[in-house]
Ligand binder design. Structure first.
Ligand code: GAR
Length: 206
């Protein structure tokens, strides 16, 4: 991306939006040369929408319940993102698996943050899965999205210790701190053209 045309992000959310908030803050501070073109939520009551609106970012409520199946929902999402001329799609707590309708429309340009060290603990309740398994370390993973459940090429990971008395809440809070740093670092690398994908392998240019 050139200095004059910042990378346009389309951020998809379903919930609280703490990751969205950090992305907004790092863009506003000038750390990331990007612009959030739109925030799209599949939940009308997602607090992330309030966060975006406070910063004058266009928001779209795009409820999946209005669509008969995943693919038609995703095709409509692509239309929305295209209308905002989005370069990079950022899944910031977007709790849906994508179909080829989305994945093929943005090849290697959809990033997700997952609250575990993939390929361990894919899918929902990753933090509770880690606790149940008894691992000593978990963390977060930023990866490109393919049509699987948390299976795409890994961009960055951060490790977080699991404490003896952790609950899902305490571990989630510790992981989320790491997410905020890791996700924004990955977005910055993308925006600066420093990410190269070769099959499953992601190379970070220095
Ligand atoms: C984050 O912890 C993210 O890792 C998780 O949802 C949370 C959203 O938090 N995403 C997934 O589990 C996706 N499989 P936020 O709305 O406060 O950014």
């Amino acid at each position: 991306m050139s200095e004059s045309s910042p990378c346009r992000l389309g951020v998809l959310v379903s919930g609280s939006g703490t990751n969205l908030q950090v992305i907004i803050d790092r863009i506003e501070s000038g750390e990331i040369n990007a612009e959030i073109a739109c925030v799209v939520s599949n939940k009308a009551d997602a607090y992330a929408l309030t966060r975006a609106a406070k910063h004058g970012i266009p928001v779209v409520v795009h409820e999946n319940t209005r669509f008969p199946e995943r693919r038609s929902y995703d095709s409509a999402t692509v239309e929305i993102l295209r209308s905002y001329k989005v370069d990079l799609v950022v899944l910031a707590g977007f709790m849906r698996i994508l179909t080829d309708a989305m994945v093929d429309a943005f090849p290697n340009a959809i990033m997700n943050i997952h609250p575990a060290l993939l390929p361990s603990f894919q899918g929902l309740h990753a933090q509770q899965q880690a606790l149940d398994y008894g691992v000593r370390y978990s963390g977060c993973t930023v990866h490109f999205v393919d049509c699987g459940t948390d299976t795409g090429p890994i961009i960055l990971q951060s490790v977080v210790p699991v404490e003896q008395d952790d609950t899902e809440e305490t571990l989630s809070a510790r992981i989320q701190k790491a997410e905020h740093q890791t996700f924004t670092t990955a977005i910055k690398l993308f925006v600066e053209g420093k990410i190269q994908v070769d099959g499953r392998k992601v190379r970070i240019k220095t």
